[in-house]
Design a binder for this molecule. Structure first.
Ligand code: SAH
Length: 486
């Protein structure tokens, strides 16, 4: 089955340009070699120990936890604007965040901060621009190589076969970015007309700018222009856009793809203090800069912390000083599991993360470099490691009709699906430049560490995402075990 799909999948109409597929070594989104424990202190530099608390509200916390503050980018001091002694004006998003904190009468959770920074309807990071690729802030697997979307297409077709080739099926993508994965999936599957004719595509996207790009990538023809949330691809596949999964009509078998979506969901961060677990909050100090403080008493998100800790091993918990939980990921997983349970089908989640509880992974990336999470919010991507056991437990909690498989590494996932056959097929029919691009892309998707064959500039050495990214499937039990989780 897999061999047939891979061998017959349509050959590419293009090979992506080497340059745009070659992020520098430190550009790989979330591909730093740091472990989860490596990021926190660099993100939230700790203030002078013993400094008196600027805010009496949180005074207790400063004895057990030195105040944490934003690190300021002082690079501008070397070349100050002539005749100007004015501090840089706050951006609209910074003003907005400060006003929430002011009118709330106290700090906001890291999750609320993260959500505003990423998807605030006016100034959120994702909202108004294309953040991907060499010119953007980070790069993702579908942008690295067309083979990624094609292999996801193979996965989707195998599941569709296991479902008994339904005449109509919802194919949902959560957070489609530029729409590249879906376009590659459709092109790769184009020879399997029974499959392509069965699908209704549903894109879950919050960003109007990315939605526009997705329409172009999918070559959507929307001549009547009557409804900006519904269109048709040139080959006749209906595509709809929604803000949430709940908006996708029920009643059809459903295949859900979430690639690098869960990492963008807001996380709450907790820290062990002398009086127990406290939530890390974002406040504004007297110097008008953002800083991290600890909650003086339990917060509503503590319920999720308790729930998450019940799923953890005692040994896991005893060594942790920090814990991150993502209630939105847990809730979304339950929505996915219920949908798959009632309508049949399955979901594939691929993201960077761990098969264990997450300690402290929240990171900010701007223009392919790690920056402080409090630095110029809205201008850098914020993302956190995905807690795969929390997804598994959340799904199993709501339905007995589903089964969770994995996580397995991206390398195992793509390898067992047959990416080697795919790359060989593509290499038989391409130019030297395309062959180089294919080989580099292949390495980036399934390799680990630095590519051994690289002869270009050191700072552009491709780094493999093969074991840092994990794949998990949630499938209706009726379908049996999904490929390639046998
Ligand atoms: N899957 C794509 C893009 C990943 S980036 C890829 O791999 O290239 C995250 C995507 O999720 C973006 O499209 C972003 O706009 C979207 N997104 C982030 N938070 C969202 C939310 N809460 N609801 C809907 N879409 C969201």
């Amino acid at each position: 089955m897999l061999r047939r799909f891979i061998a017959q999948a349509s050959l590419p109409q293009r090979c992506r340009c080497l340059i745009t597929r070659q992020p520098s070594a430190d550009t790989f989104r979330r591909c730093s070699s740091s472990s989860t424990a490596a990021t926190p202190s660099s993100q939230v530099p700790v203030g002078t120990s013993g400094e008196p608390p600027p805010d009496a509200h949180f005074s207790d916390d400063y004895t057990s936890q030195p105040s944490a503050r934003i690190s300021v980018d002082r690079s501008g001091l070397n070349s100050p604007p002539e005749h100007s002694h004015e501090p840089l004006a706050d951006s609209e998003l910074v003003k907005h965040l400060k006003s929430i904190i002011k009118f709330r009468g106290g700090p906001i959770s890291v999750a609320e901060y993260m959500e505003e920074v990423l998807i605030n309807p006016k100034a959120g990071f994702y909202i108004n621009r294309d953040v991907f690729g060499a010119e953007g802030d980070f790069i993702t697997s579908p942008e690295v190589s067309q083979m990624f979307g094609e292999m996801i297409g193979v996965w989707a077709m195998c599941l569709w076969e296991q479902m008994g080739q339904p005449k109509r099926v919802n194919l949902v993508e959560l957070g489609p970015g530029r729409g590249t994965l879906m376009a590659d999936l459709l092109r790769g599957a184009s020879k399997f007309e029974k499959f392509t004719q069965s699908i209704n595509i549903h894109m879950i996207e919050v960003s109007p700018a990315l939605k526009k790009i997705q329409k172009t990538t999918l070559k959507c023809n929307n001549e009547d222009g009557a409804d900006e949330n519904n269109a048709t691809t040139l080959t006749g596949t209906p595509v709809s856009w929604h803000l949430t999964l709940e908006e996708v009509p029920t009643g059809l078998p459903t295949i859900i793809i979430a690639h690098e979506f869960f990492d963008a969901l807001p996380v709450h961060q907790f820290q062990k203090a002398s009086r127990g677990w406290c939530e890390k909050m974002i406040d504004v100090g007297e110097d008008s800069k953002f800083r991290v403080v600890l909650s003086p008493q339990p917060t509503p998100a503590t319920l999720y912390l308790l729930k998450r800790c019940r799923w953890a091993q005692t040994e896991e918990l005893t060594k942790l000083e920090h814990v991150e939980v993502c209630p939105k990921a847990m809730d979304l997983t339950q929505t996915i599991a219920k949908r798959i349970s009632s309508d049949s089908g399955g979901a594939l989640i691929i993201d960077y993360g761990l098969d264990s509880i997450i300690s402290d992974s929240l990171q900010a990336i701007r223009k392919h470099k790690f920056v402080n999470i409090l630095d110029d919010p809205g201008s850098a991507d914020l993302s956190a490691y995905v807690d795969f056991p929390a997804i598994k437990h959340s799904a199993e909690e709501v339905s007995e009709d589903i089964c969770v498989y994995g996580p397995i590494t991206q390398s195992q996932f793509l390898g067992n699906l047959g990416i080697n056959f795919r790359v060989e097929a593509l290499l038989q029919n391409c130019t030297d430049e395309q062959a180089e691009s294919l080989r580099t892309g292949y390495w980036q998707l399934v390799g680990d560490g630095e590519a051994p064959f690289w002869e270009g500039p050191d700072e552009q050495t491709p780094i493999g995402m093969g074991s840092r990214y994990l794949a998990m499937a949630i499938v209706n039990k009726k379908q049996g075990t999904p490929a390639p989780f046998y």
